[in-house]
Ligand binder design. Structure first.
Ligand code: NAD
Length: 295
């Protein structure tokens, strides 16, 4: 039975995820390097430690939610040796496949169970406890993690062995990056052809152009009132994070020999957006960059 959970990385995602573990009745001890994240976590019932390694003390499971693969690996390097044999460590960050496999290797050497379990659903899903988890690792590790994953998320898929969760995340977000550009280009072309945005939406949302980027997250204001385009492109999901995930897809494609020309083009376009100082806007603001003006 899982009683005590260690949580490292109490940021925009990790903070509310750890809070949901507290609400579900787990004793949560956490660590973050940033004072503001620590203060907010303490206010939500998380007991703070002074080091990453200290969260391992008495923890049945340790969860990490960190910005990148190299940071995750260095944190695992500290915390894994401090964990009790047979305990479970779960990384929920979005990281490169190589770092992910190295992390599983560290855990295996130390006699720990391990899981890569990246998420989708953003900060809203993290706060509501409705994240989608895509997990990679041995079946017993997934089974063991279920009670905590259920406290933080809704759709839980065991995708396969070590790294399969990150692979699923990277492939999904490559679709998302490409499809947002496709939908933005279509609205740009519709504008030039004198087709109203609502008519374009009404047809494409019921036709073969239908996709999430159009019907849930429409990049122009109007047709989907809840999409960031109606809110000055406040994220949501920042373009810088989309660029991070697309770069991971291109590293993975290079390493595996997969042919992803549209993934490469999408990466270049989001890079251009970031270079223009727009990385903090929602990724659907790529519409304005492509259209060359305000939506
Ligand atoms: P964030 O920057 O808000 O949080 C990361 C936290 O890690 C920060 O609080 C930071 O202080 C802490 N941290 C950094 N180095 C540390 C260290 N060495 N030890 C302890 N703490 C450390 O980022 P986020 O938005 O919470 O994203 C976390 C991960 O989740 C990323 O990998 C991101 O790609 C992924 N993700 C984010 C979203 C989203 O919408 N924000 C959605 C899905 C997945």
């Amino acid at each position: 039975m899982i009683r005590t959970v260690g949580f490292i990385g109490l940021g925009n995602m990790g903070g509310p995820m750890a809070h949901n573990l507290v609400k579900a009745g787990f004793a949560v001890q956490g660590f973050d390097t940033v004072p503001a994240a620590r203060e907010q976590a303490a206010a939500h019932g998380i007991v703070l430690t002074d080091t990453a390694a200290a969260v391992a003390q008495g923890a049945d499971v340790v969860v990490t939610m960190l910005p990148s693969g190299p940071i995750m690996l260095s944190v695992w390097g500290e915390v894994v040796p401090a964990m009790a044999k047979g305990a479970l460590i779960v990384d929920c960050s979005t990281v490169d496949i190589d770092s992910c496999r190295k992390a599983h290797g560290l855990a295996a050497e130390a006699g720990l169970m391990s899981l890569d379990a990246p998420v989708s659903g953003g900060v809203g899903g993290a706060a509501a406890g409705t994240l989608t988890f895509m997990a990679g690792g041995a079946a017993p590790a997934f089974d063991r993690a279920l009670p905590i994953l259920q406290a933080m998320g809704k759709n839980l898929t065991h995708c396969g062995d070590d790294g399969a969760g990150q692979a699923a995340k990277i492939c999904n977000n490559m679709i998302l990056g490409i499809s947002m550009i496709a939908v933005s280009e279509a609205f740009g072309l519709a504008d030039k052809l004198g087709l109203s945005r609502q008519a374009m939406f009404d047809v494409a949302s019921k036709s073969s152009g239908q996709c999430w980027s159009l019907t849930t997250y429409c990049p122009v204001p109007g047709p989907v009132p809840t999409s960031p385009a109606n809110n000055g492109y406040k994220p949501g999901f920042a373009a810088a994070l989309m660029l991070k995930d697309l770069k991971l897809s291109q590293d993975a494609a290079g390493g595996s020999g997969a042919n992803t020309p549209l993934g490469a083009a999408a990466t270049a376009l989001y890079d251009q957006m970031a270079q223009a100082g727009e990385g903090g806007r929602d990724f659907s603001a790529i519409f304005e960059m492509l259209a060359g003006g305000k939506a």
